[in-house]
Design a binder for this molecule. Sequence first.
Ligand code: P6P
Length: 336
Amino acid sequence: MPTTRHGLPGTTLERHIMDRQPDAPQATGELTRLLQQLNLAAKIIGSRVSRAGLAGMLGLTGDVNVQGERVQKLDEYANQTIVRVIEAGGYCCVMGSEEVAEPIPIPDPYPKGRYVLQFDPLDGSGNIDINASIGTIFSIHRRKSPAGEAGVLSDLLQPGRDIVAAGYIVYGSSNMFVYSAGDGVHGFTYDPGVGEFFLSHNDIRIPERGSTYSINEGNYHKWTPEVRRWVDWVKRADEGKKAYSLRYIGAMVADLHRTLLRGGIFAYPADLKNTHGKLRLLYEASPMAFVIEHAGGAASTGTGRVLDVEPTALHQRTPVFIGSKLDVEDAVRVMG
Ligand code: P6P
């Protein structure tokens, strides 16, 4: 039976969100309700992901998204699910999605709320057809533009250090919803028999050091000499350091979920093809960095803190080195 943060059986995600310490005395409960809507969206997407093969949702739509990537049917379904659930709630003034080139407005007659949501609806979608883990990533900021009006691009272009809440859903051997609203990182496992996420990992802390590194070694020939120096170092045993093992699923959410629970480091550096890195800042790197930092880990671009990058474009990319504090520090030091 799932336990609760107070040891009582069965804290649901819904209950946990409502029990959160209000972010401020004047808290309106809007963030709580926005998180509850993400809970609903996660259940809907999870249900379809688990039946993708049966529900005719595998394969491609033939379309290409703003990233120039072929769009998988489940990507589109996940994107539409989040947009439809959130826009009607009235807690957001604008949204940003990996699947949509421009900011997504909240249509009339829906009210324009005080928050901004950005998301990768289905990260790692290349894994869909082979039944490997995939995930959804979300990031919530407060709006900066005047209340009540339609949100604008500048509401989306905010640094990760100003994130109010962020998290991910990993669709794997079980589905988990992991989030932080600044008061620890908490994980919930979905019980399909009940139709709820139950608290299973209360106050997750990432180990200070791990024993795995997670990177696409197939890019070795495209990396800078500095990145190669670190990868060559991390896999060697010397100076009293153990040799690290390589673990790579090819979906950031899955690779970072393992890293969060077991420790280690995940990296997607810049290379000759992806000169600014492959992963997107606003709805992949920043929210995952927020979660990892709130669990006691670190997240670097290689030259600075991911959460301090000042965004200039909705789909901009960044190199990432994210994971256990000491492993990230080692990577930055060895790369020099
Ligand atoms: P590569 C998935 O397509 C993704 O955006 C991330 O989830 C993942 O970490 C990365 O790309 C994998 O990229 O080049 O190793 O296939």
